[in-house]
Design a protein around this ligand. Structure first.
Ligand code: FES
Ligand SMILES: [Fe+2]
Length: 385
């Protein structure tokens, strides 16, 4: 992140601390609790947010070299994403054009893909390469039988796939006005460290909510991360539908006595970027990039797949370095799974019970209001509940 941005954020955070403040929304906000449970609303959300918008697939480092590929089924859509010999990232349905088997599994490096059913083969660019006993398919145009392409885009070190309806065009710049700042992190050079996938009985938006305010840190996380992070204290900036929050570590106080040209934000804060509406990233500490993505599990409103992928600035070459990043990743998983999601499961049950009609967001939870107001507006719902 550019120096002047960092310094401005540090000044803002130190001022909040002096004054016992945080970023505030202009007013409180109400949202229906049924937003997390209503099956009809959920189906519209799937269409609008999972089929008509591009989704974050990962940083460029997930497919670092030509020939790298990864498969993933997002909300029921089987995808194969490759980096071709020309270096270009492309996405396809991972569905053989012969009889529908998956042509690739897991992730790795490949020169081509051979379907495990009857061995049709495909090139990295999705084109059909070979058909065993080709005479039996006389009259078919091979160039028509490449894997069905899904839009893909690599920009600012990030790979996007979709929209999965394969009708809505991929936007030129999915990050919009956040793109310039995001590019400053140099994420294109980051290395893929690994991922951890979970399935939780929570609506997809409830998973995202976990990361949208620091008001709960000192209470819910008093035994884990609260000793390091300030509670109820963060900046908030909207970039259209996306947003950025910066939550300071308590060590940020040491910057008060430092001259500005020595001040470094990232060692003393967690920077959270919300990629509206289905993923977000946390950059912190040694500038590791934690990407959280969520999608519905098996088409159920109250269940989600949550994927945490970790990218690191330098490729770990020693056990010491690997252990360091692994410990970081484990702490994030432990905190979120055993504290946030443990409570989230009960909130989901309460939402499903239908016994309470709405929840409220305080002025100190501006990202919650920003996020849900945009969700509601896409659904054509009134601004106020
Ligand atoms: S289904 Fe792929 S070759 Fe037959
Ligand atoms: Fe939390």
């Amino acid at each position: 992140m550019r120096r002047d941005r960092q310094l401005e954020l540090i000044r803002r955070l130190l001022k909040y601390m002096d004054e016992g403040q945080t970023a505030y929304a202009p007013e409180t906000y109400r949202n229906e609790l049924s937003a997390y449970a209503d099956p009809a609303r959920f189906q519209r959300e799937r269409e609008i947010f999972y089929r008509q918008r591009p989704l974050v697939f990962g940083l460029s480092g997930r497919l670092a070299e030509p020939g790298d590929f990864a498969t993933e089924t997002i909300d029921g859509n089987p995808l194969l994403v490759t980096r071709g010999t020309d270096g270009i990232v492309r996405a396809f349905l991972n569905v053989c054009r012969h009889r529908g088997a998956p042509v690739a599994e897991g992730c790795g490096k490949a020169k081509m893909f051979a379907c495990p059913y009857h061995a049709w083969t495909y090139n990295l660019d999705g084109s059909l390469k070979g058909i065993p006993d080709a005479r039996s398919f006389d009259g078919l145009d091979k160039s028509d039988l490449g894997l069905a392409e899904v839009p893909a885009l690599e920009k600012d070190g990030m790979i996007w796939v979709g929209p999965l309806d394969r009708t809505t065009p991929m936007p030129e710049n999915p990050l919009g006005t956040m793109s310039e700042e995001f590019a400053e992190w140099g994420l294109g050079d980051y290395h893929y460290f690994g991922n951890y996938r979970m399935v939780h009985p929570m609506n997809w938006k409830l998973i995202i909510d976990t990361f949208l305010e620091g008001y709960h840190i000192g209470v819910l996380h008093k035994e884990t991360i609260a000793p390091y992070l300030e509670t109820n204290r963060s900046t908030f900036d909207a970039y259209g539908e996306h947003h950025r929050m910066v939550v300071p570590r308590n060590t940020i106080r040491t910057l008060v006595d430092q001259p500005e040209d020595e001040r470094d934000l990232i060692a003393h804060a967690a920077v959270v970027y919300g990629f509206f509406p289905t993923s977000l990233a946390v950059i912190q500490g040694a500038a590791n990039f934690e990407l959280w993505r969520v999608w519905p599990d098996q088409g159920r409103p109250g269940w989600s797949v949550v994927d945490l992928s970790v990218y690191v600035p330098e490729k770990p070459t020693t056990d010491k370095a690997r252990n360091f990043w692994q410990k970081n990743m484990d702490l994030a998983i432990r905190t979120v799974e055993s504290e946030d999601f443990e409570l989230g499961r009960i909130i989901q049950k309460n939402a499903e019970s239908g016994t309470q009609d709405h929840t409220v967001y305080g002025r100190n939870e501006p990202a919650m209001t920003h996020y849900h107001a945009h969700i509601r507006s896409h659904l054509g719902l009134n601004e106020t509940v």
